[in-house]
Design a binder for this molecule. Structure first.
Ligand code: PEP
Ligand code: MN
Length: 361
């Protein structure tokens, strides 16, 4: 059962908590930006009416197979998740960019400086990589997380990185501004609980075969730990189509917006798997109301250790940022790009040298 409290004094909270515990529930008090809630878990057939009638209770709902805390009705104006200088879910769009994997210092620093110069609002790079083949590059692990942090600091960007094991959350937490839960782990309960407890923003990617209802329920796990800073990321689903790596489900944007108050961003890199489709689908996602875009960018995609085929070249990222701006404005949003962009696309060799990208591999 979830109980919304209208009176927040310690005595009232204690009285209602005691009543829920007497029914056999495990009770936790959740102070979320849109209200204070008591969650009583483990009650098979909770007497909702009894709790509803208690002083200081606004409402009580029996929890079942539907999300409550993540549902749109709890915060109809929509939630905003702060990340760096931006509030994701606000008028300004998030532009999250970076390589699939952090590979080495030069690669991550040059990418970070470049995407920051062209309007990225956060730097994303994987250090723990969920790879299909156990023989593929698995990421640099914790040293990669720390390199990402250094590169983010040098470029003035907050950083996002994927966590795959609840046991890594504590070591990663001081170095990341936002945890990513990858598609393969969307329904990993222990991992969702661990990032919920960490109290930092979470970029939650949709599982490749998860329904939208399952996706929002996965977010509910994080909210149930008292952490409402969840950003949902549509990244493509598995269909019969083989011309693209996944099928980017843009239906998810308006439908999720009706189901949940959480911000929704779109990853057209994994959603398509092909560089030539990334920018068109990013534009489509912004037009459909996404709160941001997550794209993979690499200084030399032909030599990337993972996902090179879907990674944008640096000048393509610049072009994308410029193309997204009018689309954002057409749908009443903003994309704040730096006023003077330092380089033109045909100056890329110069950029590479200026940023210290010598292409050493
Ligand atoms: C990634 O973000 O690099 C990644 C592995 O994505 P997904 O979990 O969506 O497959
Ligand atoms: Mn990737």
């Amino acid at each position: 059962m979830i109980v919304k409290m209208s009176q927040l004094d310690a005595e009232t909270l204690q009285t209602v908590t005691a009543a829920l515990e007497a029914m056999g529930g495990e009770v936790r008090c959740l102070r979320l930006p849109f209200g204070c809630f008591l969650a009583a878990l483990g009650l098979a057939d909770p007497p909702v009416g009894t709790i509803q009638a208690m002083a200081g209770v606004e409402w009580a709902k029996a929890a079942g197979s539907k999300p409550i805390l993540a549902s749109r009705e709890l915060n109809p104006q929509g939630s905003r998740v702060p990340l760096g200088n931006l509030e994701i879910g606000g008028e300004a769009l998030a532009l999250v960019a970076g390589p699939c994997s952090v590979e080495d210092r030069e690669q991550i620093f040059s990418t970070a400086r470049f995407v920051a110069a062209y309007g990225a609002t956060a730097l994303r790079g994987g250090a723990y990589k969920p790879r299909t083949s156990p023989y593929a590059f698995q990421g640099l692990g914790q040293p990669g997380v720390e390199l990402l942090r250094e590169a983010g600091d040098a470029a003035g960007l907050p950083v996002i990185s994927e966590v795959m094991d609840p046991g890594d959350v504590e070591a990663m937490a001081p170095f990341v501004d936002c945890f990513q839960i990858g598609a393969r782990n969307m329904s990993n309960g222990p991992l969702l609980k661990a990032v919920g407890k960490a109290g930092k923003p979470v970029l939650l990617k949709r599982g490749p075969s998860a329904t939208l209802a399952e996706f929002v329920l996965a977010a509910e796990y994080i909210l149930l730990e008292g952490n409402a800073q969840v950003i949902l990321c549509e990244r493509g689903i598995r269909t019969f189509e083989t011309a693209t790596r996944n099928t980017l489900d843009l239906n998810a944007i308006p439908v999720l917006k009706s189901m949940t108050h959480l911000p929704v961003v779109v990853d057209p890199s994994h959603g398509t798997g092909r560089r030539d489709a990334v920018a068109p689908m990013a534009r489509a996602a912004v037009a459909a109301g996404a709160d941001g875009i997550v794209v993979e960018v690499h200084p030399d995609p032909s030599r990337a250790l993972s996902d090179g085929d879907q990674s944008l070249h640096l000048p393509e990222f610049r072009r994308l940022a410029e193309e997204l701006r009018p689309v954002a404005e057409a749908v009443g949003r903003r994309l704040d790009l730096p006023e003077t962009l330092p380089f033109a696309p045909n100056q890329v060799p110069l950029i590479r040298r200026a940023l210290g990208w010598g292409g050493s591999r």
